[in-house]
Design a protein around this ligand. Structure first.
Ligand SMILES: O=C(O)CCC(=O)C(=O)O
Ligand SMILES: [Fe+2]
Length: 308
């Protein structure tokens, strides 16, 4: 197999020449890992995906992880996490955004961020594509870091940020709450979705990718709470809040984003130590199914604020 790449819009690359029904040589596996680190986001089209093949492909990038949200893992394949819209789980995922009722919208986030140990990456495959909506957005925070001015980059090198896990979107400080109304069944506390009550987590504002060494902006809007001890770097609380507002606005610039509209046979792999992602959600009643496998995070990128 000979792989070729084509840039996607703004970030990431589409890879041609892979056939997941064929065996992988060691050289091909290494080439795929190199492309993953280089681009952060890889799209493969027209793949004859089965759960077994998705699991085998994902293992090229590391051991697989089971997600804490047990309710949605596949009974047959514990490594497979089924994301479904248009089924019985819709109720808890439904909310209103500027008068529109939407199922499964997710703000920009890193997966498992609240554990201090985000998974290394994940693979999504299209099982059933939505007739309307259902895009997955990716944002390259290495590119976002590079695009900052020198002064801001130097300041970020001295700062840590705290993230406060919460189930209610309206409690999050830096997401866009304009016109947002939770739905009648929106979860109110972690136990409502069988989640543990995660403590706050703290990350460097300028993260270093553990493998590639690239600098990654450690700012993502979901759960973002505050700069830790801003006075230590000479910032007032007001200045610290304004800094986070400015950085969140920076991460929202389309030049760092790629939104994937799913087609049957699509498979997407991303580096969760570098890219944030989001989901646009679907209108009520629209069916969509994505199968997901998760590549284990074997490094502690953040710490939990348990007893400080
Ligand atoms: O449904 C999607 O498009 C992505 C959902 C998501 O955030 C994830 O799989 O981690
Ligand atoms: Fe996610």
């Amino acid at each position: 197999m000979t792989l070729t790449t084509q840039p996607l819009q703004h970030i990431g690359a589409e890879v041609s020449g892979l056939d997941i029904t064929q065996p992988y040589t060691e050289a091909l596996k290494q080439e795929l890992r190199d492309l993953w680190y280089h681009h952060g986001l890889l799209l493969f089209r027209n793949q004859a995906v089965t759960p077994e093949r998705q699991i085998e492909f994902s293992r090229i990038f590391g051991p697989l992880e089971l997600h804490p949200l047990k309710a949605t893992t596949s009974a047959e394949y514990p490594e497979l996490f089924e994301l479904e819209n248009g089924g019985e789980r819709d109720k808890a995922m439904t909310a209103s955004y500027r008068g529109e009722t939407i199922v499964g919208r997710l703000d920009w986030h890193f997966d498992l961020h609240y554990t201090g140990r985000p998974n290394h990456g994940a693979v999504l495959t299209a099982v059933e594509v939505a007739g309307e909506g259902g895009l997955t957005g990716f944002g390259d925070l290495a590119k976002a870091f590079d695009a900052l001015d020198d002064e801001t980059r130097a300041l970020l090198g001295k700062i840590e940020v705290a993230y406060a896990f919460s189930m209610q979107r309206k409690h999050m400080r830096y997401v866009d709450l304009e016109g947002y109304e939770p739905g009648p069944y929106s979860p109110k506390k972690p136990a409502d979705v069988r989640f543990p009550n995660f403590p706050e987590s703290v990350y460097p504002a300028a993260m270093t990718h553990p493998v590639s060494g690239v600098k990654v902006l450690g700012i993502v809007e979901q759960f973002l709470d505050r700069v830790v001890t801003p006075h230590k770097v000479g910032l007032s609380n007001d200045e610290a809040i304004e800094l986070l507002e400015r950085l969140v606005a920076h991460t929202r610039k389309p030049q760092f984003h790629y939104f994937h509209q799913w087609q049957p046979g699509d498979m997407v792999l991303w580096d969760n130590w570098r890219l944030m992602h989001c989901a646009t959600g679907t209108p009520v009643g629209v069916r969509r199914r994505i199968n997901r496998t998760t590549i284990e995070g074997d490094r502690q990128l953040g710490r939990l604020l348990l007893d400080e």
